[in-house]
Design a protein around this ligand. Structure first.
Ligand code: SAH
Ligand code: SF4
Ligand code: F3S
Length: 486
């Protein structure tokens, strides 16, 4: 059966039908590929291998965990070595040009692997080929790429791979026109204590610079009971740190039309008993409600951290970005959060050099940084994206001016981050031990409940545990300490 249940059928102009699909019709392809791979393993004594490379945001990380889970279910084993793979899947990002060029350059290198290993299947998926122009580019300039599909057909991965292997022809899957939520796809999580849980897919906001609504389709929410069941299972199997994901989680439920919103979902998820912390991202300021903040203030399982992308501190630029809030509205949310949750960490995204950004506009952004005093910023230089309104806006600002503004923004934020981190020296904080430092193998790395990065000497066996760390030193980027317990 193709569609197990019709989820929320909407009619009327411009509205899309949203269908709830179980992964059932992919099962037959998974099974056939499993038999094919099992036969190969029995004959050769080795399993075919799959390599999955991921670019982009947490949503893409979560999608890759499904691609890996599906590859395992199809009888592949996973490898970290593309040169040893029989199946390479590149899950791409299109948010800025740099992300696309990086993926294309790596895909270019796989040509040599394919020359040595002609049976290798190379698949490119994710946000980049969801754009017709990039799909055509892959078709015409990358003849060794076998299989191309965007985000709206990712759940059809087994079927597409099966078709490619059976017919031996290159396959370029068109994007789905209907909205779809698919449950039951196998998942191979990267971590045994930190997990992503998507609560919704797509975006309806059409910020004028952003490609996401074009490559991920319209908003569609998962059923609350499916989200709650997934989180419960994670908590029961020892997951400590769970992030609810959506491009704008504050729109959760709007398409379900039953009045149940993200604040309701967060409250209900947080009633699950256990030793864990919930995070969520991202939140669009136009939809951040007092109700949501009140839920955060009353539920101990919700991390005292809010990621609230501001993008710009100029009302003129915010309007041109189609963000539908102004700096006063933004600041009022910040004030409400701080009144209800003292000590809450607030982080944000900023775009520097939006078309026509004047020095005065940019000063407005610096002013908002001083006023809000973010704990951390993710900042980006504007990258024009084909097909978005901002791509054709006049942009007289030279690149050198944009780079110089970017450096000023970073310098100011570094000062603020340092001022916010220094008072933590001498304190003892709960930290989730999360990995080994990339620059010093002697140090473990973790995050406080507020999301601050901490480095400390620790037995790697404690990975995934909450530990108490005495903070000895702070800089603008991180905290450094020693374990304060036996
Ligand atoms: N849905 C999330 C953001 C996803 S993209 C949200 O609304 O918060 C992550 C960040 O990338 C955005 O917040 C924005 O700051 C940045 N970004 C998006 N499009 C961009 C572009 N064309 N150029 C530069 N930065 C961009
Ligand atoms: Fe892009 Fe705006 Fe949607 Fe975020 S809310 S994904 S920035 S269009
Ligand atoms: Fe990139 Fe797609 Fe995420 S464009 S940022 S991977 S939604």
């Amino acid at each position: 059966m193709l569609f197990a249940a019709k989820f929320a059928e909407k009619s009327g102009e411009g509205k899309m039908q949203i269908l709830m699909e179980q992964n059932t019709n992919q099962q037959q392809y998974i099974k056939q590929l499993r038999l094919w791979n099992d036969k190969y393993a029995a004959e050769t004594g080795a399993r075919r291998r799959a390599f999955v490379l991921t670019f982009g945001c947490q949503q893409n990380e979560a999608d890759s965990e499904k691609l890996k889970g599906t590859a395992l279910a199809m009888g592949y084993e996973l490898t970290e070595q593309p040169a040893q793979a029989d199946l390479i899947v590149v899950n791409t990002c299109a948010i800025r040009e740099h992300a696309e060029l990086k993926a294309l350059s790596i895909i270019g290198q796989y040509k040599h692997i394919k020359q040595k290993h002609p049976d290798l299947v190379i698949a490119v998926c994710g946000c980049m080929p969801a754009q017709e122009s990039r799909k055509n580019e892959l078709k015409n300039k990358y003849p060794y790429v076998d299989l191309v599909f965007g985000t709206t057909s990712a759940h059809r991965f087994p079927e597409l791979l099966h078709e490619k292997l059976e017919r031996g022809k290159r396959l370029f899957c068109p994007e789905a026109t209907e909205g779809i939520v698919v449950e039951g796809i196998p998942v191979k999580r990267e971590s045994s204590y930190r997990a992503w849980v998507s609560v919704m897919y797509g975006c309806n906001n059409f910020c004028s610079y952003c490609i996401v609504p074009y490559v991920r389709g319209r908003e569609r929410s998962r059923r609350a009971e499916d989200v709650i069941a997934e989180v419960r299972e994670l908590v029961e199997s020892g997951y400590r740190d769970i992030t609810l994901l959506g491009q704008n989680v504050n729109s959760y439920g709007k398409d379900l039309g039953n009045g149940y919103d993200f604040a309701d979902l967060l409250r209900d998820v947080s009633t699950i008993e256990g030793d864990y912390l919930l995070h969520f991202m991202s939140s669009h300021p136009k939809d951040a409600t007092e109700k949501l903040i009140d839920v955060m203030a009353t539920c101990p399982h919700i991390a005292p951290h809010f990621h609230l992308p501001m993008q710009s501190g100029s009302d003129r630029v915010l309007k041109a970005m189609n963000r539908r809030y102004d700096t006063e509205k933004y600041y009022s949310i910040v004030e409400y959060m701080r009144s209800k949750i003292p000590g809450i960490a607030i982080t944000s995204d900023i775009i520097v050099g939006f078309p026509g950004e004047t020095e005065e506009d940019f000063e407005g952004t610096l002013e908002m940084l001083r006023r809000v005093r973010f704990d951390m910023l993710y900042s980006f230089i504007f990258s024009p994206r084909k097909g978005t309104p901002a791509d054709t806006m006049p942009d007289p600002v030279p690149d050198a001016v944009k780079s110089e503004r970017f450096s000023r923004l970073l310098a100011l934020q570094n000062e603020i981050s340092l001022e916010k981190n220094l008072p933590l020296e001498g304190k003892t904080l709960r930290v989730l031990c999360d990995g080994v430092s990339k620059t010093n193998a002697e140090l473990c790395q973790g995050r406080t409940d507020q999301g601050k990065i901490v480095f400390f000497p620790c037995d790697p066996a404690r990975m995934g545990d909450y530990v108490c760390v005495h903070i000895d030193r702070a800089d603008s980027y991180a905290l450094y300490g020693t374990i304060a317990e036996a």
